[in-house]
Design a protein around this ligand. Structure first.
Ligand SMILES: O=P(O)(O)OC[C@H]1O[C@](O)(CO)[C@@H](O)[C@@H]1O
Length: 255
């Protein structure tokens, strides 16, 4: 596990965007795993700005998103498909047909989950997966208690996750269920970059780094991944134990 400590949200977003751009140069037809929520919005802005400034093309890129709310159509302003189109895809030259977000409005959700896993397999897996972290340790929408061997599945969201995401809801209530890529699928990604910003993530980051590996705190499984980089700002590393912090492979980001 590598840890890049940055000053603030802006720097975290710039570094995350830069890491992605570098991987795209190495493999222009890469499969990029993407996240939603508040954490990666700055990274998307940086990627959009970088694409126009540095002439970076997403034409050959395929994206797969982590999750989607059950019951929300793609056109619903709070669906994750809407979020991705609105905040990222429509500002770059990506072919929308190469962007995958689970369909939360599918008539047969089990079939949708199966189809999503097959799609990822056919793409040859995920080259780089970007993750945020929930305050209860969820990654994607894998809530505490989710077995580590799960592939894409339907989950019942916890009260705390629904409460945390209320801030985004302009219309109606936060749905009770979601489709999420499973922990097994996430762990099969060749590289994982987890972003963490702000004091409200300090407890979660401490538990991830210092706690034991348990499905009661889903993000803890990431410690078993052989290519994980955490990009965390000062506020979110605030609770890390000094000794343990020194034992980590803390790296500087070389731009
Ligand atoms: O970035 P936020 O809004 O704090 O959310 C944390 C995580 O929870 C989710 O919203 C649930 O999927 C993720 O998209 C995100 O990575």
């Amino acid at each position: 596990m590598k840890l890049i400590v940055v000053e603030n949200y802006g720097e975290m977003s710039r570094i995350a965007a830069d890491m992605i751009s570098k991987r795209m140069l190495e493999k222009p037809d890469m499969t990029l795993g993407l996240a939603t929520g508040g954490t990666p919005t700055g990274m998307y802005q940086e990627l959009i700005a970088g694409a126009s400034k540095k002439n970076i093309s997403f034409k050959q890129i395929t994206t797969v998103n982590l999750d989607e709310y059950v019951g929300l159509e793609a056109t619903h302003p709070n669906s994750y498909r809407f979020y991705m189109n609105d905040r990222f895809f429509q500002h770059i030259d990506i072919d929308l047909e190469n962007t995958f977000v689970p369909n939360g409005a599918a008539a047969d959700l089990a079939q949708e989950c199966h189809w999503y896993d097959e799609t990822i397999k056919q793409l040859g897996g995920i080259d780089l997966q970007v993750l945020g972290i929930g305050t209860n340790g969820h990654i994607g929408f894998n809530e505490p208690g989710t077995p580590f061997d799960k592939t894409t599945h339907v989950v019942e969201l916890t009260e705390s996750t629904r409460k945390a995401n209320e801030r985004f809801f302009s219309e109606g209530k936060v749905p009770t269920h979601a489709i999420t890529m499973g922990i097994k699928t996430i762990m099969q990604s060749k590289e994982i970059v987890l972003l963490s910003s702000g004091e409200k993530k300090a407890d979660a980051l401490q538990q991830l780094v210092e706690g034991s590996i348990t499905n009661l705190f889903p993000a803890s499984v990431l410690k078993l991944h052989n290519n994980l980089t955490i990009v965390a700002d000062q506020a979110s590393i605030k609770k890390l134990d000094d000794c343990l912090y020194k034992e980590l492979e803390c790296v500087n980001y070389d731009q």
